[in-house]
Design a protein around this ligand. Structure first.
Ligand SMILES: *Cc1c(COP(=O)(O)O)cnc(C)c1O
Length: 373
């Protein structure tokens, strides 16, 4: 096995999805699995679907194409406002997209007409996070414009929380979103099929016993991948936190012992700082760096501390005398560390507990390579 690598336990992704799906099903809410942190990795996306996710959502067109190329036929929604320059491809590979700009929606509609398709539009409403979204008082007008636009169909409305401003969704905000769905239906007629209430940060609200109203969808990434509530960082009951493990290799161990960093000026302080353990700390180097991941987002195994990182080196102080050149070290990652590591070309992705071959075959569908034979 080559290093560095990410080990992905797909059975844990399936399990975590099942738990979230079960929690939300009881509240009348379906789960759309968000794959952006794993760059649309098809096997991870498949594990989310196997765990009961109703569909997938992606932020980037390139990741959607990757999913389609792997044979995924499920509905995929683009959750980042589409780029005007990408509308043709978006209509081709996504059933629907989240929209906030009428110029983009009009271009999607024109692209859909050219392709003899109807593209689904979900209007994103600003509810306090101050990232993307239409102001609530403009929603009715814009919804009517979408309804009148051939080539697109108004599929729903959505909101996003706790991304840019860290504003957590409250019961009042969720109720306001429900009311907006009713208002839009009153103003322009069509049934609003999807009311997507937000992301993993909505789970405490969704499972907290509040009325869920019209909210029938949540877009969940982080909670499935990490088994935690992203706002508090607390583990969600029964979920795995360690579906992903980063493995990196030691390339230097015995060159330097680390001495306490104290100035020469104050010898009293120096004496006080000289705790016996410190002399046992060795500085080691691993072959991974900023170019591969977010070094500060790696959780150090007990007995190890992060000293620093550069583009290609991770420097750790360790008490583990057994570590030698060629040893592997294993780390849990933060969301940011995972996101970068999944996109890093030098990191191998190693899948564990994939589905049995017979089922895996069906997943990939009639592959293009078969048609060549
Ligand atoms: C990233 C994102 C999500 C998923 O967020 P998680 O915290 O990973 O659950 C949902 N909706 C939008 C619009 C996003 O950008």
């Amino acid at each position: 096995m080559s290093n560095p690598r990410i080990e992905v336990d797909l059975s844990k992704i399936r399990h975590n999805t099942q738990i979230v799906v079960g929690l939300l099903k009881a509240r009348g809410i379906r789960v759309t699995g968000v794959t952006k942190a794993v760059c649309g990795h098809p096997a991870i996306a498949r594990a989310m679907l196997d765990g009961g996710a109703a569909g997938l959502a992606e932020a980037r067109l390139s990741n959607v194409k990757r999913l389609r190329q792997a044979g995924m036929t499920c509905p995929i929604t683009l959750i980042r406002t589409p780029m005007l320059s990408q509308v043709d491809d978006i209509v081709q590979v996504c059933e629907a997209s989240y929209n906030t700009e009428m110029s983009v929606t009009a271009a999607l509609a024109a692209a859909a007409l050219r392709q003899n398709k109807v593209h689904g539009v979900i209007l994103m409403v600003e509810m306090g996070d101050l990232r993307e979204g239409i102001m609530p008082h403009d929603l009715g007008d814009l919804a009517r414009r979408v309804v009148d636009m051939p080539g697109v169909a108004l599929k729903g409305i959505g909101a996003n929380f706790a991304c840019l401003s860290g504003i957590a969704p409250t019961a009042a905000k969720m109720q306001a979103l429900s009311m907006l769905a009713n208002d839009v239906e009153g103003q322009c007629g069509p049934f609003i099929e999807t009311v997507s209430g937000g992301n993993s940060a909505n789970l405490p609200w969704a499972t907290g016993g509040h009325a869920t109203g019209r909210i029938n969808d949540l877009r969940i990434g982080e909670a499935i991948l990490f088994g935690v509530d992203p706002v508090t960082g607390d583990q969600i009951g029964g979920m795995y936190r360690d579906a992903f493990t980063l493995v990196a290799e030691v390339i230097e161990t015995d060159a330097k012992s680390v001495h306490p960093v104290v100035g020469n000026a104050d010898h009293t302080l120096a004496r006080i700082r000289l705790v016996p353990d410190i002399s046992k700390i060795t500085q080691i180097i691993l072959a991974i760096g900023h170019q591969d991941t977010d070094a500060a987002g790696l959780s150090m195994p007990p007995g190890n501390t992060l000293i620093g990182a550069t583009s290609d080196h991770l420097v750790i102080g360790t008490k583990d005398a057994a570590l030698c050149v060629g040893s592997e070290m294993r780390f849990q990652m933060s969301y940011g560390a995972l996101m970068r590591a999944m996109a890093a070309p030098d990191i191998q992705i190693n899948l564990r507990n994939d589905r049995p071959a017979s089922i895996a075959h069906r997943v990939h569908g009639p592959g293009k390579h078969l048609a060549l034979v």
